[in-house]
Design a protein around this ligand. Structure first.
Ligand SMILES: [Zn+2]
Length: 65
């Protein structure tokens, strides 16, 4: 990895596995599926279910240092 990637939604540098999604032929990079969903759907509020998934994905894909 180049180490220059960062999440398009929250702007955090991506240290773990990036979530790469192609939307309308354009590549987007997110730190987690949660950010992808927020960006994609432009979610105004966060549901309890999303929040749970957020923490689950966070723990797995974004290790803190
Ligand atoms: Zn993010």
């Amino acid at each position: 990895m180049s180490g220059k990637m960062k999440c398009e939604y929250c702007g955090r540098p991506i240290k773990g596995e990036p979530e790469i999604r192609v939307r309308r032929g354009k590549k987007h990079i997110y730190c987690s599926e949660f950010c992808f969903r927020l960006h994609f759907y432009d979610v105004p509020t966060i549901s309890y279910e999303d929040l749970q998934e957020f923490y689950r994905l966070r723990a797995v894909s974004v290790p803190f240092r």
